[in-house]
Write a protein that binds this ligand. Structure first.
Ligand SMILES: [Zn+2]
Length: 363
C-alpha cells in the first residue's frame, strides 16, 4: 500500500534507469500487496494516476533536450508496461477470488428444511357461493351484484311490498341513519332483480350471490348477516315448469345426483304464484322416517320462489303482457349445513382458520 513515504512528488523525478527502476519496484510491491479490488484501486491511482511519479516523468519528457528524449521515452515506456502487466495480473486474481467468495456466500442448501408458514384458507361461504355461481354460469346465466346498503324503494317498493308490510318493521330490518335517506341493509338479494331488470331489460338471466342483513339474534341457526343466492329469469313464455327444471338442476349439481326439489304454495309480495322450495333430504333421500336431518319428512326447506309479479315487471319497465319470469332465493349458509355438515352457524363467523381449512378440498 502507498504510505506517506510514497506520496507523489509535485515535480517530475529524474529519468534515469535506476530512479525509474526504483519507482517500478515500489509500484509492483504495492500492487502485489493489495488484498482486495478496493486496495488495488488505491495502489493503481498512486502509481499510475495523473499525479503519480511515472506519469509526471512521462509528461516531463517533452521538455528534455532532443538527444535525451529517445532514451527517456524508452525507460518510462518500459516501466509503465511492467507496472501495467503486474496490475492486470493482480486484478484478475482478485476478481476470481471475489467471484469464488460470492458463490460460497450464495450457496443454497437444497437439503435444508423450508420454513413452514400457514397460508390461511378461503371462507366456506365464499367457496360454496362460487360453486353456486358456477352452476348458473354453466347454464349461460350472468352473475350480478348490488349494494349491501340499499334504497328502501329497491328493497321493498319495487318488489311490490305494501307500505305497511310487516317485513318493513324495524323489528326485522336494519335501517341506516339518518332515517330521511330511506336506506336499509338489504333484507334479501331480491332488490338486485329490480336493478338488473332496469339496467339490462328483458330477456334476462341472472344469478346474484350476496350478503343480506336481518335483525336476528346470533345462535346456532341464525346470523344477523348471512348470504343468499338469488336467481331471476325473464323471457317470453317462461312458466313454473322452467322454474322447477332450473331448481332441480341446481339442487342436483350442488347436493348430488338425484336430489330434486319440491314446491309448496306460499305468499311473497314480489312473486305470483309463490312457493316455498324444499330439496330432497341429502342424508336419507326420503327413505328413513327416523332421519334426524329432515325429521323424517324426507324434505329440507331451502328458500322461496315463484313467477315474477306483473307489478314488479312493470316497476322495472318490462311489459308483463310480453314477458314472464321466475325468481328464487336460497340461503347459502343453509346449503352449507346440509351439504357440508356445518352444525353451528356461529363457526362461520369465528374466523378460526382450522375450521375454514376443512372446506378447501372438494371431493
Ligand atoms: Zn332425511
Amino acid at each position: 500500500m502507498s504510505s506517506p513515504d510514497h506520496t507523489p512528488p509535485e515535480t517530475a523525478p529524474e529519468i534515469t534507469q535506476e530512479a525509474v527502476d526504483a519507482l517500478v519496484e515500489q509500484a509492483v510491491a504495492d500492487l502485489e500487496a493489495a488484498g482486495s479490488l478496493e486496495e488495488l484501486k488505491t495502489a493503481r491511482l498512486a502509481h499510475l494516476g495523473d499525479r503519480a511519479p511515472l506519469s509526471l516523468a512521462n509528461r516531463s519528457i517533452g521538455q528534455l533536450p532532443n538527444e535525451q528524449k529517445k532514451d527517456a521515452g524508452r525507460i518510462v515506456g518500459q516501466a509503465k508496461g511492467r507496472v501495467n502487466k503486474v496490475l492486470a495480473a493482480r486484478e484478475e486474481a482478485l476478481q476470481a477470488q471475489r467471484a469464488e467468495q460470492i458463490l460460497l456466500e450464495e450457496t443454497v442448501d437444497v437439503t435444508a428444511l423450508p420454513a413452514r408458514r400457514s397460508v390461511g384458507s378461503r371462507h366456506p361461504v365464499e367457496l360454496v357461493q362460487q360453486r353456486m355461481a358456477e352452476i348458473f354460469t354453466g347454464l349461460g346465466w350472468e352473475i350480478a351484484e348490488g349494494p349491501e346498503v340499499e334504497a328502501e324503494w329497491f328493497n321493498f317498493d319495487a318488489l311490490n311490498f305494501d307500505a305497511d308490510h310487516p317485513a318493513r318493521a324495524e323489528a326485522d330490518t336494519f335501517y341506516v341513519d339518518p332515517p330521511e335517506r330511506n336506506l336499509v341493509m338489504r333484507t334479501h338479494t331480491s332488490p338486485v332483480q329490480a336493478r338488473a331488470l332496469i339496467e339490462c331489460g328483458a330477456p334476462l338471466y341472472v344469478a346474484v350471490p350476496g350478503k343480506v342483513g336481518r335483525t336476528d339474534e346470533i345462535d346456532a341457526t341464525h346470523l344477523p348477516v348471512f348470504h343468499q343466492i338469488e336467481g331471476l329469469a325473464v323471457d317470453k313464455g317462461l312458466t313454473m315448469a322452467h322454474l322447477r327444471g332450473t331448481l332441480d338442476h341446481f339442487a342436483a349439481e350442488l347436493f348430488g345426483e338425484g336430489i330434486t326439489t319440491r314446491l309448496r304454495p306460499n305468499f311473497f309480495p314480489f312473486t305470483e304464484p309463490s312457493a316455498e322450495m324444499d330439496f330432497l333430504c341429502t342424508v336419507c333421500r326420503g327413505e328413513d322416517t327416523a332421519c334426524r336431518t329432515c325429521g323424517g319428512t324426507g324434505w329440507i326447506e331451502w328458500g322461496g320462489c315463484g313467477m315474477v309479479h306483473p307489478n314488479v315487471l312493470r316497476a322495472c319497465g318490462v311489459d308483463p303482457e310480453v314477458y314472464t319470469g321466475f325468481a328464487f332465493g336460497m340461503g347459502v349458509e343453509r346449503a352449507l349445513i346440509f351439504r357440508n355438515g356445518v352444525g353451528d352457524l356461529r363457526d362461520l363467523i369465528e374466523g378460526d382458520v382450522r375450521f375454514n381449512t376443512n372446506f378447501t378440498v372438494e371431493v
